[in-house]
Write a protein that binds this ligand. Structure first.
Ligand SMILES: O=P(O)(O)OC[C@H]1O[C@@H](O)[C@H](O)[C@@H](O)[C@@H]1O
Length: 243
């Protein structure tokens, strides 16, 4: 059904880049923040944050892990600081908060675009009785689902807020998807993971889920396959066509 093996009862959807066109908004906010930080630290000749850096160290991971993992790749270590650190604090929380302010301002200014193929897929999955859970590392998940009206299709959510509250490990660990399957009362082999990030498909593989769909919006299909996708599509409408 809907391009999935017959054994699948439950869909676990990543949000940014799978359902909504927000991976690009995150990427832009990360780049602005890191470039600003690196330039202040190293001067005009600083080595900018690249798309490769985003895909490898940041994409799909909880915010603080993204800050830590990218900085570690440049041999930089900062103290964690605390959640209420201002954007000017040179801490993991401070830099993460600075990026979040930019992200939220951008969403407020331009809204959020929903991939039509994904909205249609959610609707059909609902009509056909498949369970529908969003599993995202983003602490902004609820806001994005609300402003887009997508919350009407979603039965449950494991997101950046849940991860922090319940001390659940972020992607590439499989724990957030396992928590999503549990929320739907499904075993991992009955669930499909939809992911656009290499850390996300790796989490799908590590959790032994029934099926892992990689969603390639940026031309990294090979990376998605190598890291755990059983199938790679460019848009969920391709799965609808499979029937
Ligand atoms: O900063 P937020 O909104 O909590 O999101 C954390 C991460 O959430 C993921 O969904 C995005 O792919 C990442 O780019 C983002 O960094």
């Amino acid at each position: 059904m809907l391009g999935l093996p017959d054994s699948i009862t439950t869909c676990l959807f990543d949000l940014d880049g799978v359902i909504t066109d927000t991976a690009s908004v995150h990427r832009k906010a990360w780049k602005q923040m890191f470039d600003e930080y690196l330039e202040a630290k190293d001067g005009k000749g600083f080595q900018p944050f690249t798309e490769g850096d985003y895909n490898k160290y940041v994409d799909g991971k909880p915010r603080q892990d993204g800050v830590r993992d990218f900085l570690a790749s440049r041999d930089i270590q900062l103290p964690d600081g605390s959640p209420d650190d201002g954007g000017d604090a040179e801490t993991v929380w401070g830099l993460g908060n600075r990026k979040n302010t930019r992200l939220q301002a951008e969403i407020e200014r331009n809204g959020v675009e929903v991939y039509e193929g994904s909205r249609r897929y959610l609707q059909l999955a609902q009509e056909k009785g498949l369970r529908r859970i969003v599993v995202s590392s983003s602490a902004n998940t609820q806001m994005v689902l609300q402003v887009t009206g997508l919350d009407r299709y979603i039965e449950g959510r494991i997101d950046g807020v849940t991860l922090a509250e319940q001390h659940i490990k972020g992607k590439p660990a499989p724990d957030s998807f396992l928590a999503g399957a549990k929320l739907a009362g499904a075993s991992p082999d009955q669930a499909v993971v939809f992911e656009d990030a290499t850390s996300g498909v790796a989490a799908g593989r590590a959790g032994n889920f029934g099926f892992v769909v990689g969603v390639d919006r940026v031309g990294h299909a090979d990376e998605l396959k190598r890291n755990g996708a059983d199938l790679v599509v460019q848009d969920l409408s391709e799965l609808i066509q499979k029937g």
